[in-house]
Write a protein that binds this ligand. Structure first.
Ligand code: G6P
Length: 437
């Protein structure tokens, strides 16, 4: 087995980087990482230096011989890498703010990953990830690409369908977060909990829930009808499900399902926040400023607990656990975004799906689900059509395809409003959308 692994992290200046470093430190004995290359764009130089220096202090304090390298040269970072992780945001939080605010002005939830915001994040991000794939072909053709960049499902599918990189896995913290949430709900050790997941990124359902291999789905579903006991993440306000609805749904929804099954309430909540001070982008901007102030402190040499106010909890666990299982051919079960290959029989084979997989050294092997249950199939199909249209628009720069994607998104109420939002967002994000001019 190769030792002395090289990791390249694109978007290395992200405030989430201490999560990743913490994970590599934790697994060091089983995952011999020698070099971590944190790379960012020129505009992110200052953040890269601050967070990179914290990363250096973290490995030093932990006493592990991992070298941290900081660079603005992506090619240098990619050269001979074994794993490439991506956590970048094209246009940074400024762009996220526009993704969230412009739709809201027109009475539509923006949502940076699956609403109109998600469409625009895909349009900005997909050309960049495909550039990275071309560079990987040349500089590290054997590396695994572990993508966290949102919208993670669409970005992963774009790589699967439009690049020559086959070793790609899309990763999100929602499944691990739901397992942790169930563990907390039941007061059991998270290692005893397993959820069978199927669906799409931020559109994933728990088809069954087990503790020590015994189904506890009914017990969990009953507990979840209590709003105090909702499983959610820091970026999504939990409201509690209608008990009869949850019973009839008969599968575990994910926190992002609030946007679809409680669209009216979520819109009202987002409008209220917007009027009172800003969207999530503004909240995150403040949190980031605080985090970077902490990161600057030369005495700090661990991941600060304040990072837990971000939505990406368990990111370190999810990322490093996945890399570790690929590296060691562990064959354990983890939920990732991968090529469907028939696992969900009523979704296209070449599409990315988020599904429980066995993680091997040659990648995730999805566990066959068969058809999705009738009660969730319709929404999943609709989102998959939206995703495919969005990916096609990101590649072609075709206006009609982008309008199609915007209009068929379930959060958008009409073709006319879709067009108004699309035009305004195309203009606002012009700088990052060369394919549309
Ligand atoms: C959750 C999602 C991520 C998303 C994050 C946003 O963790 O699974 O995909 O990026 O929330 O968190 P933030 O703190 O940036 O709002």
């Amino acid at each position: 087995m190769k030792t002395g692994l090289k990791i390249a992290t694109i978007g290395g200046g992200s405030s989430y980087t201490p999560e990743l470093i913490e994970g590599f430190i934790h697994y060091y004995n089983e995952l011999p990482v020698q070099e971590i290359w944190l790379v960012d764009v020129v505009d992110g130089k200052e953040k890269l230096e601050i967070v990179g220096n914290l990363a250096k202090r973290m490995v030093k304090k932990a006493g592990v011989p991992i070298e941290i390298h900081l660079t603005l040269d992506r090619k240098e970072a990619l050269k001979s890498a074994d794993f490439v992780t991506t956590q970048f945001r094209v246009g940074m939080l400024e762009a996220r703010g526009k993704d969230e605010r412009i739709p809201l002005k027109h009475g539509v939830i923006g949502q940076e990953t699956n609403g109109p915001g998600g469409l625009f994040k895909a349009l900005r991000t997909i050309p960049v990830i495909l550039d990275i794939c071309r560079e990987m072909e040349e500089l590290c053709p054997n590396a695994w690409l572990i993508n966290f960049t949102n919208p993670a499902g669409m970005v992963t599918e774009a790589v699967l369908r439009f690049s020559n990189i086959e070793k790609v896995v899309g990763l999100c913290n929602v499944p691990i977060g739901m397992e942790m949430g169930v563990a907390a709900l039941l007061g059991v050790d998270p290692n005893r909990v397993r959820i069978d997941f199927a669906g799409l990124n931020h559109m994933v359902y728990g088809l069954d829930v087990f503790v020590d291999g015994i189904s506890v789905k009914e017990q969990v579903m009953t507990l979840l009808t209590d709003p105090e006991k909702s499983i959610t993440m820091q970026n999504i306000h939990a409201m509690g499900w209608e008990p009869e609805f949850l019973k009839a749904l008969n599968v575990l929804p994910c926190p992002y399902h609030n946007y679809y099954y409680k669209s009216g309430e979520m819109l009202a909540e987002e409008l209220k926040n917007y009027q009172e001070g800003g969207t999530r982008a503004e909240v995150v901007k403040k949190l980031e400023a605080e985090l970077f102030e902490l990161y600057k402190n030369p005495e700090l040499a661990i991941k600060p607990p304040q990072l837990e106010k971000r939505g990406g909890a368990y990111y370190s666990e999810a990322a490093v656990r996945l890399i570790h299982s690929i590296y060691t051919d562990k064959r354990d079960i983890q939920t990732v975004n991968t090529r469907n290959n028939g696992a969900i029989s009523n979704l296209p084979s070449d599409s990315a799906v988020e599904v429980s997989c066995i993680i091997t050294s040659v990648g995730p092997k999805p566990i066959a689900v068969g058809e999705l249950p009738m009660q969730v199939n319709g929404l999943v199909q609709q989102i998959k059509s939206f995703e495919r249209a969005a990916i096609n628009a990101a590649i072609s720069g075709d206006y009609g395809t982008a309008l199609l994607a915007m209009t068929i998104n379930p959060l958008v109420p009409s073709d006319r409003i879709a067009k108004v939002i699309l035009d305004e967002m195309l203009e606002a994000h012009k700088r990052y959308l060369p394919q549309f001019h």
